[in-house]
Design a protein around this ligand. Structure first.
Ligand SMILES: [Fe+2]
Length: 330
């Protein structure tokens, strides 16, 4: 079972596309703004289960169990309404003691992607940043809950490269790495998550043609792209919603220990532990996801690059912790 599964799709009546959604994401005493369908038997066509606007009652949920319905489907056109619905009910879903942690991780990961997609499609506002902060809060809560294992989240991580996927991946890794490094206080963990989630938000100000360029960038284009940390920092600072740790991460995530990073060419001494951790997570995700110019590298190949070619750029203590965190040996 998976929520917002964008890979699996089913064809319904009239050849239209339907997406499976987790039953656990459909909540008691809500009135979804989308129709829910189910398949009465193998090879049978999808039929309407619950009409949009109707409340989800105990009876609705009881009938699901009685009929052994394990998957509900929504029309592809209702996907954004479904995402909105899940975001609104996220607290309730994640607080559900009966829902396995790996299902919660899956729902949270996919909702986080949807929220971040919105952030990158439009210039961020106080409202979308507030939604991102909610995601950070839930991420930290989930990852510090009893019974959580990183495996629960890693198995949902996508290697498709989109800015929003990358942002959620980096936030996931960053919270895990901070926990591994011994940061235990919730406000700091949330700030790290916020910084990681919004680290590339300045990209929303960069010409999409530059962002998506397949050919090598011209010096001018490259100079423009390197402005994204400054742009993101200015945007977020003007909204006044994030703290110093998060803003530091956004501004400095491309700085390097050898002083050859950007935008300011800061060196070893000037970089906070938070920036060092997020830089490692950022590089790892960049290396292990499909990009225009290179296919995704395997975990070991990526870590090898980080320990050899990039040994003067990345904090090697953080790299080693990252390797341990992934359950590997350096
Ligand atoms: Fe970046």
């Amino acid at each position: 079972m998976s929520a917002l599964n964008i890979v699996t799709a089913e064809t319904g009546p009239g050849g239209e596309t339907y997406r499976p959604v987790a039953i656990a994401s459909i909540r008691l005493n809500t009135a979804p703004t989308f129709d829910l369908h189910f398949r009465p038997g193998p090879a049978q066509p999808l039929v309407l289960y619950s009409q949009r606007g109707l409340p989800i009652t105990h009876e609705t949920l009881r009938r699901l169990g009685e009929n052994r319905i394990e998957t509900l489907y929504i029309h592809e056109d209702a996907l954004s309404e479904y995402r909105q619905y899940v975001a609104e009910n996220l607290y309730d879903i994640l607080a559900d003691a009966k829902l396995p942690i790996r299902d919660k991780a899956n729902i949270l990961y996919n909702t986080a992607q949807a929220v971040l997609e919105e952030v990158f499609e439009h210039p961020p506002t106080r409202e979308t940043v507030a939604q991102g902060k909610e995601i950070s809060r839930h991420t930290v809560d989930l990852m510090t809950a009893d019974g959580f294992t990183l495996e629960d989240l890693l198995r949902t991580i996508s290697t498709d490269y989109y800015l929003y996927t990358h942002s959620v991946n980096v936030a996931t890794y960053a919270v895990a790495l901070a926990l591994r490094a011994g940061y235990a206080d919730t406000p700091t963990l949330r700030e790290i998550a916020n910084g990681a989630l919004f680290h590339d938000v300045g990209m929303s100000r960069i010409d999409p043609a530059i962002r998506a360029a397949r050919a090598p960038l011209t010096p001018d284009q490259w100079a423009r792209l390197k402005q994204h940390p400054v742009e993101g920092h200015a945007l977020l600072e003007s909204l006044g919603c994030l703290g110093e740790v998060a803003l530091d991460i956004v501004l400095h995530h491309h700085e390097r220990l050898d002083g050859k990073g950007y935008p300011h060419g800061l060196g070893d001494k000037a970089l906070s532990p938070f920036v060092r951790m997020v830089s490692v997570c950022n590089v790892f995700d960049a290396l292990t996801t499909d990009r225009h110019h290179q296919p995704a590298r395997k975990t070991f190949a990526a870590l090898h690059i980080m320990q050899t070619e990039m040994r003067h750029e990345l904090d090697q203590g953080c790299v080693r912790m990252f390797i341990e965190m992934m359950g590997l040996r350096s």
